[in-house]
Design a protein around this ligand. Sequence first.
Ligand SMILES: [Zn+2]
Length: 107
Amino acid sequence: MNTDGDHCVLRWCQEAGIHQTHRQYVASINAGGRRANMIGVNLIQDDRPDATFLVEITSTRAPLTSLALVPGAAADMAQAIATTAESALNHQAQHMQTKDEPHLTSQ
Ligand SMILES: [Zn+2]
């Protein structure tokens, strides 16, 4: 793809220099945990005519393993993540209650 100096000719693309995949960095999320792990959510498109736009998910913990999803799958995944996150928060809340019980009953 031709670049205009440092900037890609595609206005939405944020890659600089020569690149095979156009990319817009949409979100960067701190995944937490003991080791730093930043999750990136990017909009990507291969530099081919009529190439499909994909949602790319990257991780600084596994830099060589990224996911590229068609938009429908990405939307399904977002829903699944939201549902699972809610479940995790509920389990966490129940776990906290269970941990607190001995204190409550012993007092
Ligand atoms: Zn580009």
